[in-house]
Ligand binder design. Sequence first.
Ligand code: PAF
Length: 285
Amino acid sequence: MDLITSCEEMQKRAREWRRLSQCVGFVPTMGALHDGHRSLIRLARNRADIVVVSVFVNPTQFGPSEDLAAYPRDLEGDMRLCRAEKTDVLFHPTVAEMFAPDASTWVLEDRLSRGLCGASRPTHFRGVCTVVARLLNLVLPDFAVFGEKDAQQLRIIRRMVRDLAFPVEIVAAPTIREFDGLAMSSRNRYLSPEERRQAACLRRALDEAEQIYLSGERRASVLKETIRQVIRTAPLARVDYVEIVEDQSLEPVEFCEGPVLVALAVFIGKARLIDNTRLPPVSPP
Ligand code: PAF
């Protein structure tokens, strides 16, 4: 596996792969890799000739009061995991490599980014879109893999790629969970043992909502209140949002009739955890 830290070198290699008609699969990450990332890399490995994983903690997607400085960093561990999964190139640029001091161009997706996480993190998706656009221009992949755990991010990236005609396929990968249902996330590293135990309430709450949906409840307000009740059973948890939205437009719904996305963000101690589930369309009687 090669470690590349220069943007110029990354793009040079990418152009060479293109010239040789190699299929390039790309997994963008912020590092502190876990088994969720491993599954994204495996998916890329199964389809591509060349697999590139980027590890870059992108400052532009953190708000001023967020956890940029404390965000977990573990390059040694990341390199081990990437090597084990037969990654060809680990791209690990510095902030100075990625953003010129007078950089003044942003990529702003202006509809899907407004609700859900965008409501409590107003500049987050602008930072994500800008860095992903730049990474795609450096790696020139045929496809890039994003996890369903970040359902809003996935839909925003698809929209950006469509709207700006990036020549790349966006591939979605299912959420990987711990034994008790907690979605894998680099931020789980922040949790104390007791917080970790209580964090299982996110998935329990989504399961409960899914059960009452499957038994016929269609009112979004009832499903959301059910979720809040389950979260209240974990004293260390504080809800940021619980929303039910149309699966593609991410517009809030009152009744769950099409495919809808049930999404939530919950603070547990210092960590802000997100999770979601997609409810299938109602089948006709
Ligand atoms: O999902 C992430 O880890 C990040 O938002 C991404 C896509 C790597 C952009 O920094």
